[in-house]
Design a binder for this molecule. Structure first.
Ligand code: SF4
Length: 432
């Protein structure tokens, strides 16, 4: 094993409540990234954590490409590469991993939390990273956790879900008699987190924490007084383990656009008993700014059809946003998993003409997309170039995860991400 030089559930559709949509369930070939992609935004958010992928050269190359081959003097992610001898069982991979971690922690006293990130190869050879993490924590006095980001049957945003679920296990219990607390889950850029903090404070919700926090040691307590607000729709496992600790997950739309952000804040305000007048006066300025920012993009996007391939798990809230707030027409909305509970406030806001698809059979979905000829197709990187070559305008779904898109102040930027490919198409004079 060598250390790279680092440049740096779904409920089945059959269980669905009566929804007025056509829902297709597919279980064929998929075109998605693996959970390692999450390291790219998680390492920026948790500023004293290090992510050590235990994987292959493929994992190292993928991670470097996804990160845009950033070069840091002190990178905070790397890959411990399993060589052929490790994979063939001829070398003790555990021993080598311990050696690599010992050298890494010895050289980098700034690391306060180390994640051992499992991959397809480490899972195939059955490396027990959980046991390794426990041993290393005891040996080095630095917290070592593990989670799997393997690409076997996962969507790329599940990497974050599993990372946060691992952090929940470290959260202390709520103190007896502690008052109600709000926990927002989902990695948000610091600037967006600060905007939400200000809004919650104005609503009188001051006992507030975000998971993940900027510093790994800032883990809030959890218990029966904790209300959880999801900032991302792909955190089903994190929500499940928080509920197992006694927390209550609030049903809310997701904070995309003027309406989505208002409904998201309203779910917390209702839980805290904030009166309607106060709520409206707090949200009105941001909501109006967001609406003005959207109006400029709506002119171009209204009436345009859009087709979502399943990739980021943001598809349903984004389809709601583009139809409700920009007047676009979603033809098909694919999602790797349809978490009905967490999407309960979003689904009724989708137009009934939209076809939902859970899972993927990429060839069949490509056929449907080609026959629909949408104005805009949101899909993974692997599908975008071939579709562009066929004259379809595309938007990379991963860009919607990397870019700050939550909240009132980012609503205009979010709309612009959908408008840009259409503007480009108009400039080049090509049609769908
Ligand atoms: S974890 Fe699996 S899918 Fe992801 S890069 Fe490594 S081998 Fe490929």
């Amino acid at each position: 094993m060598t250390l790279t030089a680092v440049a740096k559930s779904a409920e089945s559709p059959c269980d669905a409540p009566q929804l007025p949509f056509e829902i297709i369930g597919e279980n064929g070939q998929r075109e998605v990234f693996c959970g390692l992609a999450g390291i790219v935004w998680l390492h920026r958010k948790i500023q004293d954590a290090f992510f050590l992928v235990v994987g292959s050269r493929t994992c190292a190359h993928f991670l470097q490409s996804a990160a845009g081959v950033m070069i840091f003097a002190e990178p905070r992610f790397a890959t411990a590469i399993l060589e052929e001898r490790d994979l063939a069982g001829l070398a003790d991979a555990h021993e080598q991993l311990e050696d690599i971690v010992g050298r890494l922690l010895g050289r980098r006293p700034d690391i306060r939390l180390l994640f051992l990130v499992g991959s397809c190869p480490s899972e195939v050879i059955g490396l027990d990273l959980s046991l390794a993490a426990q041993r290393m924590t005891a040996k080095h006095g630095v917290k070592v956790l593990n989670y799997s980001a393997s690409g076997l049957e996962t969507a790329f945003t599940q990497g974050e879900d599993r990372c946060l679920a691992a952090l929940v296990a470290e959260m202390p219990d709520e103190r007896p008699g502690a008052g109600p607390a709000l926990l927002v889950i989902g990695s948000l850029p610091d600037i967006v987190e600060d905007q939400f903090r200000r809004l919650f404070a104005e609503l009188g919700i001051s006992n507030l924490a975000f998971l993940p926090a900027r510093r790994s040691g800032d883990l809030p307590p959890v218990g029966r007084q904790t209300a959880v607000l999801l900032a991302q729709p792909f955190l089903a496992e994190t929500a499940r383990v928080l509920e197992a600790r006694g927390a209550t997950v609030l049903t809310a739309a997701f904070p995309f656009g003027a309406e989505g952000t208002t409904l998201w804040l309203k779910a917390a305000a209702d839980r805290w008993g904030v009166d309607e007048l106060t709520f409206r006066s707090v949200v009105a300025p941001g909501r109006e700014r967001a609406k003005r920012a959207l109006a400029g993009q709506r002119e171009l996007l209204e009436g345009k059809s859009i087709f979502f391939f399943p990739d980021s798990q943001l598809e349903i809230p984004l389809a709601r946003f583009v139809s409700q707030e920009l007047g676009m027409v979603p033809l098909e909305v694919g999602t790797p998993y349809l978490h009905l509970r967490h999407l309960a406030a979003e689904l009724p806001l989708l137009p009934v003409s939209a076809r939902l698809c859970e899972g993927q059979d990429v060839d069949r979905q490509l056929d449907r997309c080609r026959s629909a000829r949408p104005d805009l197709t949101v899909c993974g990187l692997g599908l975008a170039n071939p579709l562009e070559a066929e004259g379809l305008s595309t938007k990379w779904s991963i860009e919607l995860v990397f870019t700050p898109i939550h909240g009132f102040e980012q609503a205009g930027d979010l709309a612009a991400l959908f408008a840009r490919p259409l503007r480009r198409r108009d400039l080049l004079g090509i049609g769908p």
